[in-house]
Design a protein around this ligand. Structure first.
Ligand SMILES: [Zn+2]
Length: 314
């Protein structure tokens, strides 16, 4: 494989930060997903893609104005593909009228050392992928925060002052919507077993189990929870989200989880057979024991026939 020249190396004023040949080869996603077009915004040092997918306009800006070139052009291309692979699927399931469809990913050689999200913006440190070259799905987690939107204190689940569902939701999405079916994710990031995450407030895997076991095409527990939190009414205040509270019962209504509190469901989960199987693999392309026994990602795609139409990635 020929070495790709740097995408940009602090160009002098007036010069071009993007090598158009490199850009055309790496960043043209029209071959990957229909209808996505690329613009190089050289002055702003931005890559801009937009596309209309299943009647929704999405766009992604990758802003390199704060980057120093540590993230390779190939890694930037994977990050762009990941957005178009993951985001429309998550949007199809969790999108509300105020959910962003235009998202900016800032690759910055300053700020928080890993990645973070606010509003329609995501930051990843320019050194993170250089030092952790397969951790692309930290971006799936951040894009899930973007889809999740503005959960407000006082109107979301809380336990011992920890608004635990903010991060459980993002990691639930990271696992189920991982780029290319977990190609990178599953070699380096695993769902913990109850030995590592021993209660419903910490355990991402518990929420994966709960949704897989009890959600139906008509009653989606995770989507319903997100909708209820966004309502910000007294019916969904912090007290209502107690483990045996009325908010969870509203979310569980019409499913087999109705009438059960989080601790009773936790006991079911421990006995389920899903609690202890490894979700990790040694090499890219292998299928983890957990997925061999329980087709969790496939089940989401079957349940959301609509979402698959958003996903036009070849
Ligand atoms: Zn997070």
């Amino acid at each position: 494989m020929p070495q790709t020249p740097p995408l940009m190396e602090h160009p002098a004023a007036g010069s071009t930060p993007f090598d158009p040949v490199v850009a055309a080869r790496l960043f043209d996603l029209s071959e990957i997903a229909d209808g996505i077009s690329l613009q190089l915004r050289e002055k702003e040092r931005q890559l801009f893609w937009n596309g209309r997918i299943n009647d929704t306009d999405f766009s992604l800006i990758i802003d390199l104005s704060g980057a120093a070139g540590h993230t390779s052009p190939e890694q930037i291309a994977v990050a762009a593909k990941l957005f178009w692979y993951c985001y429309p699927q998550m949007y199809a399931r969790f999108g509300l009228p105020d959910t962003p469809t235009h998202v900016t990913l800032r690759i910055e050689d300053f700020g928080y050392g890993i990645a973070e999200a606010w509003d329609d913006q995501v930051h990843i440190h320019d050194c993170w992928l250089m030092e952790n070259p397969t951790d692309f799905d930290c971006l799936t987690h951040e894009f899930a925060h973007t889809v999740q939107g503005d959960w407000q204190d006082g109107y979301m689940p809380i336990h011992e002052e920890d608004t635990y569902m903010v991060e459980r939701f993002a990691d639930y999405c990271r696992y189920l919507y991982a780029f290319e079916n977990g190609r990178y994710n599953d070699t380096g990031w695993e769902l913990q077993t109850p030995e590592g995450e021993g209660n419903p407030f910490d355990a991402v895997r518990f929420w994966v189990w709960l949704d897989y076991t009890y959600s139906t095409p008509d009653r989606d527990i995770i989507r319903e929870m997100n909708c209820c939190i966004h309502q910000r009414t007294e019916a969904y205040n912090e007290a209502a989200w107690a483990p045996d509270g009325s908010a969870w019962q509203a979310v569980f209504a019409g499913t087999g989880a109705a009438g059960k509190d989080l601790f009773a469901l936790w006991e079911e989960y421990l006995a389920s057979g899903m609690a202890y199987l490894s979700s990790g693999v040694a090499k890219e392309g292998e299928t983890a024991p957990l997925l061999q026994a329980f087709p969790l990602r496939e089940a989401i795609r079957v349940r959301y026939a609509d979402a698959i139409r958003y996903l036009n990635v070849k």
